[in-house]
Design a protein around this ligand. Structure first.
Ligand code: FAD
Ligand code: 3HM
Length: 371
């Protein structure tokens, strides 16, 4: 009998957990290292598009997400109070809180037999097949997966992986707030993208995450220091969005939010020998499409699937990258363009070209899952 293949995964975010689950379900033994003392994500929300839900269907996590998330009715955009026609009516994408998504993936990883080691920091990988830890441990593996986020130590340790990093003008404060009575009605069971562009760009992306919570993405130029602060400055946001005062005041009281400047990180290739990068470690993107995690989840599931199609790991990694690269590059380029031009402010953002990423069908999905 052939020996069971073994993977060491660095990073317990959405991409690392998904890769761990998919590999374990494909018969690998998997150990996952998270530098923090516990597995968790911060207090905000996330959209999961059809591409990600299909990948999560393949690894059996989609039903739990449907049970805990919601499908927003439409995506509506408002610029200086003018509403554009709503988009995405009937489109199956899910809004869920990040802590809940993380909890569901963590549970699924444990159920699939992934060994999770917290307080374990990776410092690099050896392409010959080993994960290197900060405490000096060297862990041999058939495959090392670097899923350690945009600042990836695994990626940075691999000279064969070239990267282009770019920062953009805007950033977002993300917070999760209790849903106030004024926003309890069904007309708020949607995503509403509130923009103002004068005297400078400020935007509140209001996303229902269910009857109890609202996720707010509060975007501003990073040059606007007051609007880039956590905790949220209720004055500067309240002045611009007086009709949203109730949620702005709650956002100011929220704990556990964070601010991130927009950035992209294009890495080529995604693997070196027996080390591979997935998620933001491989392709951090601007959030305009809300697709960063979704693309990472798709690529992680497809990685495990493709490894199952080849005896040779090198061949599998090359075939996997060949399948996923064009879709990933396109998502990165489009979201960067949308962020640079702030084109979503004018509505009609979800063109068929943009929706190509959301509708990407991974090879691992069966016809019944696709239907
Ligand atoms: P991370 O989430 O960064 O996780 C990396 C994990 O690795 C962390 O747990 C970290 O502690 C751990 N780690 C780091 N270094 C080490 C180390 N050296 N050793 C061990 N562990 C380590 N995506 C969507 O699909 N939909 C959205 O709606 C969406 N909205 C977004 C909105 C904004 C404003 C932003 C900035 C991004 C958004 N994204 C969205 C993108 C999404 O947040 C990221 O793509 C996703 O979180 C990346 O997951 P990851 O697992 O690759 O990395
Ligand atoms: C879901 C989502 N979509 C877009 C942005 C953005 O453009 O900053 C942020 C988001 O969380």
């Amino acid at each position: 009998m052939e020996a069971r293949r073994h993977a060491e995964v660095a990073g317990g975010g959405f991409a690392g957990l998904t890769a761990g689950i998919a590999l374990a379900k494909a018969g690998w033994s998997v150990r996952l290292h998270e530098q923090n003392d516990e597995l968790r994500d911060f207090g905000a929300g996330i959209l999961l598009w059809r591409n990600a839900m299909l990948a999560l269907e393949v690894i059996g996590v989609a039903p739990a997400i449907r049970a805990h998330g919601v499908v927003p009715d439409v995506y509506a955009t408002s610029l200086n109070g003018e509403m554009f026609p709503p988009e995405l009516g009937g489109y199956p994408y899910w809004a869920i809180t990040r802590p809940k998504l993380h909890e569901l993936l963590s549970q699924a990883a444990r159920d699939a037999g992934v060994e999770v080691v917290t307080g374990s920091e990776a410092v690099g990988a050896d392409p010959a097949g080993a994960l290197l830890l900060a405490d000096g441990t060297r862990l041999a593996a058939d495959l090392v997966v670097g899923a350690d986020g945009a600042g990836s130590a695994v990626r940075n340790s691999l000279p064969a992986l070239a990267q282009e990093r770019k920062k953009y003008q805007d950033g977002v404060c993300r917070v999760l707030v209790p849903r106030p009575a004024e926003f309890a009605g069904p007309e708020w069971n949607r995503v509403i993208d509130f923009w103002t562009l004068e005297p400078d760009a400020m935007r509140i992306l209001f996303i229902t995450t269910g009857p109890d919570t609202v996720y707010m993405g509060m975007m501003a130029s990073t040059a606007n220091e007051r609007a880039s602060r956590i905790p949220i400055d209720p004055e500067i946001w309240g002045e611009r969005f007086p009709h949203l005062k109730a949620v702005v005041d709650l956002a100011a009281e929220a704990t556990g939010g964070r601010h991130d400047a927009y950035q992209t990180n294009r890495v080529t290739p995604w693997s070196s020998g027996r080390a591979v990068v997935v998620g933001d470690a491989a392709h951090a993107m601007c959030p305009a499409l809300g697709q960063g995690a979704s693309v990472g989840i798709v690529n992680a599931v497809e990685l495990a699937h493709t490894l199952g199609q080849f005896d040779d790991i090198d061949e599998a990694l090359a075939a996997w990258e060949a399948k996923e690269r064009a879709m990933t590059d396109a998502a990165q380029a489009r979201s960067a363009y949308m962020a640079e031009t702030r084109t979503l402010a004018r509505g009609n953002g979800f063109t068929s070209e943009v929706m190509e990423t959301a509708n990407f069908v991974l090879d691992a999905a069966t016809p019944a899952q696709i239907a």
